[in-house]
Design a protein around this ligand. Sequence first.
Ligand code: MN
Length: 501
Amino acid sequence: MSTIDDLIKIIKQGSQKNKYKLQVFNNFKNRPKVDLDLIRLAYDFAADAHKGQLRKSGIPYINHPLETAITLAQMGMDQDTIIAGLLHDVPEDTHFTLVDIEKNFGSGVAKLVTGITKLGVLKYRGIEKYAENLRKMFISMAQDVRIIIIKMADRINNLKTLESLPPEKRLRIAKESLDIYAPIANRLGMGQIKGEIEDLAFSYVYPEEYAWMKKEVMPKIELRMEYIEKVIKIIKKELSAKKIKFYSVHGRPKRLFSLYKKLIKPHYNREIGKIYDLAAVRVIVDDVSGCYSVLGALHDLWKPMPGRIKDYIAQPKPNGYQSLHTTVFCVDGKLAEIQIRTKEMDAQAEFGIAAHWQYKENVKNIDTTKKGYTSPKKLKWVQDLVQWQKDIADNEQFLNSLTLDVFQNRIFVFTPQGDVIDLPEEATPVDFAYHVHSWIGDHCTSAKVNNQIATLDRKLKNGDIIEITTDKNRKGPSHDWLKFVKTHAAKSKIRSNSSRH
Ligand code: MN
């Protein structure tokens, strides 16, 4: 048994023709142990199966599953996932079958490859296909979220080699990546993967806009990074002087596509000057108390901007994101955003759900029974999603609900006990009530928001504390609530449980 770091070395040697520039995201000691002999066997098996096949670019086909497996290894995924990454195109493109895979690598690997093969036959054409695509993605995600993680790694490699495909196909794959893969990666908290997919697809889907960003915005990001470098030097000096231990201090430029989406909002109107987080400083430390020590030291050095201190450590976002954020009046009086977190939190932010495989035993601060943050393989919200997607046969209605429930911006509100509930933007106390329990939804009579009486159609805001009053004698929900509720759960319960008039 050995570590993933050894593995990366070995699978790199596996293919002599390709020189991999390994971008090692993290250098964790916690990576899962793997059986390197078995992984090498899987590589040989795949290389043999794809023998003689070429990618559209002319390079040997095995390059593609190998790249996929390397991405998975870099994410710290477990052995079965890496092996499935190596074998993911075998059943579809070679004479070997799923039975061969199961015989040689066991049922765990075979199940993952089966899941990927089922997703493989989809083509994106129009709204119907889009809905079908999403349905299948969610069903496989509900079976085992690792299927989607492999699919993400597969997609990243396909996007990197898009250049060799005909223009029409290029556009289809890039568009599908923005519409389907990026939002799912985002919902799984996989920030690094989402950002990479979006930036790779950006130039194909919006070539002119991409060119504009490259010409007008990139130089400004570079300038900003120079400024951030100055700030980093000062932070390092200050922390050393105060004897506060840190793991690293580095700059993070904002991702191009997410910056583009921000710039085209009416408020920004393409004025780059209005955006002051073109790049942020990130301080990585060993433990939670270290995070607060760094925050104190930085506020001692620079005045924080009121209302911009966010403690996502005490109150993590439902997708698992944890960090301290502050914006300070920094060098030359300019504003700078600083993010402070532990190594584990950083892995969680970059890889989301995938980080569970690196930190299975280390995630102590997070209550894994909470909604939106459950066991790594089976996510509660995905299970819910699969349940209700079965109820909605109409694809257009399915997409509308999905857009509202899953892909829209989320707000995070609290129960009086301090539990975090995530809801779509503009959700109301009734949505909240149904989210907690359908009985509470059916019997709610009034609500308090931040201790003040509020109407049931009040649009909730981030951070609100909601208290619901129920009346057990209430006959059921009011049909009128359909006019303002936002979530699918609330809508379907009101429809089935309310008696009109
Ligand atoms: Mn593939």
